[in-house]
Design a protein around this ligand. Structure first.
Ligand code: PLP
Length: 392
């Protein structure tokens, strides 16, 4: 970049691109598994690491590199490594950072597969996880053990939009010689930059807002050159969950409109949240952009907007919630989010279906809860589609 202090949108559109001899305007897709060398000596120098350059697309690929450099710049990190999925990013982080006997402290409301990774698979390798209340710093303090290495959180939480004080959790992690990893899927760097608040590493599901149009599965890890550029790069190039060049191209084009989309998702979600809040068939709305939200002030400080996910409890439990979902004609009934297409889901019986009833109710996942990931269709159409089942 040759700009003095380029703004977020300029970085999202311009950074990372290196034009080839063909002078293409848009970024090219390098659909190649391997790269050739001018001679045997160059091959030897590339393999030994004496000469930088491409060898094989499991290690590096020029299209994937553009996505990585662009996302690193947007998060304010030194390095980024792209992965085949968001879960591959989280798994690689754990493999790179942890060893047998280590301990993780994690917020309780995290993505379902992340919980399964921690509880079912990492435990096999002698790594234990304690879960804490995202919003209660004393709960985090109490959970720390001498073997704790990693703090992990998602904010805003899914589906109840609770907000973690990233700075406070980062300080606590560092006092205990631990690293803080933040899953920044819901806000993206367009709305929240956890590294600037003290987090050490960011994980992403590029499947969600980074692509933003529901076309690919992908992920990324962002952080320091030492941790991500060297250690995690080594893990990923060796174990293999690299991002394909085509998926990287889709995601890097997605980044170009990220800021615009996140602003629009947030505006639409706030309108829906206001509408739901005054509706007599709705018991409670969970959205950090509402002044009634207990952490509205913290969310306003830490985020530049509130994101696209709104959850609410309808009166009448599961029957009414399912009726509402089944009455929609535009919204997609699917658990995915981060798409221009609005989606609607019943967390109790889908995303949290395997969680025990006690834990669900403890964490506020009730039978009447509905989650909407507000897309970019005309907002009045989204609201009337949801009204159909509320009024009926
Ligand atoms: C979807 C999601 C993931 C996992 O990402 P995949 O790309 O599906 O592997 C992780 N964290 C959060 C918050 C997610 O929403």
């Amino acid at each position: 970049m040759t700009y003095d202090t380029p703004g977020f949108e300029t970085v999202a559109i311009r950074s990372g691109q290196r034009r080839t001899n063909e002078f293409e305007h848009s970024e090219p897709i390098f659909a190649t598994s391997s790269f050739v060398f001018e001679n045997a000596a160059q091959a030897a120098a590339r393999f030994s690491g004496d000469e930088p350059g491409n060898i094989y697309s499991r290690f590096t690929n020029p299209t994937t590199n553009i996505f990585e450099q662009r996302l690193a710049a947007l998060e304010g990190g030194e390095a980024c490594v792209a992965t085949a999925s968001g879960m591959a990013a989280i798994m690689s982080l754990c493999v790179g950072l942890l060893k047998s006997g280590d301990h993780i402290v994690s917020s309780r409301s995290i993505f379902g597969s992340t919980t399964t990774l921690f509880d079912k698979y990492l435990t096999r390798f002698g790594i234990d996880t304690s879960y804490v209340d995202l919003t209660d710093i004393n709960d985090w303090k109490r959970a720390v053990r001498p073997t704790t290495q990693l703090f992990f959180l998602e904010t805003p939480s899914n589906p109840l939009a609770e907000i973690a004080d990233i700075r406070a959790v980062a300080d606590l992690a560092h006092e205990n010689n631990c690293l803080l990893a933040v899953d920044n899927c819901f806000c993206t760097p367009a709305l929240q930059q956890p590294l600037a608040l003290g987090a050490d590493v960011i994980v992403h599901s590029a499947t969600k807002y980074l692509d933003g149009q529901g076309r690919i599965v992908g992920g990324a890890v962002v952080g320091s050159q030492e941790l991500v550029g060297e250690e995690l790069f080594g893990v990923i190039r060796t174990t293999g969950p690299s991002m394909s060049p085509f998926n990287a191209w889709v995601a890097l084009k997605g980044l170009e409109t990220l800021s615009l989309r996140m602003t629009a998702h947030s505006q639409q979600a706030l309108k829906l949240a206001h509408f739901l809040e005054q509706h007599t068939a709705v018991e409670k709305v969970f959205y950090a952009g509402l002044e009634s939200h207990p952490q509205y002030e913290l969310a306003k400080q830490q985020q530049s907007d509130f994101g696209g996910v709104v959850s609410f409890v309808v009166r009448g439990g599961r029957e009414k919630a399912w009726h509402l979902i089944d009455s929609t004609q535009i919204l997609s009934i699917t658990a995915n989010l981060g798409d221009v297409k609005s989606t609607i889901t019943h967390p109790f019986t889908t995303t949290h279906g395997k969680v025990s009833e006690t834990v669900k109710l403890q964490s506020g996942i009730t039978e009447g809860l509905v989650r909407v990931a507000v897309g970019l269709e005309y907002i009045d159409d989204i609201i009337s589609d949801i009204s159909r089942g509320l009024d009926g």
